[in-house]
Design a protein around this ligand. Sequence first.
Ligand SMILES: [Zn+2]
Length: 144
Amino acid sequence: MMPPPGYILIRPETLVGVQKAVEAALGARAAECLAAGGRAGGVKATAQLEGDAASRAGRLLEAGREIGWGDFALERLTPTALVVSVAGSPFARAYGAAGAPVCHLTRGVLETLALVVLERPARVVETTCAAMGAERCRFESVPT
Ligand SMILES: [Zn+2]
């Protein structure tokens, strides 16, 4: 099994193992460390996008599906708001039950998407997560 050029294959359990170790070491600050990793990958992913905001967003979410990050759906895109949901997040599945959202890597990637497609700076918050029992993880931009 060969990954696409520029990628490596890694089990979600491996990433979640890192996540849980960082959480044990740093507590609440761990989420931002993981989101920073998502942003670093997101910078590469969004640099290759072309077209208007809707086509850039659509292409990134399609790429997310192709590399196994879940079934992404663009729920809302305006010049100032981005809402994305994901079914079957491998990070939520590998994490197991949790009292708070756990898909910080995905959130970081979507923060770079928000930088590219929104007219104002925004951070992204995961408002519901499959690890909390929700049907889909949901990510919403919040103006900064
Ligand atoms: Zn989630």
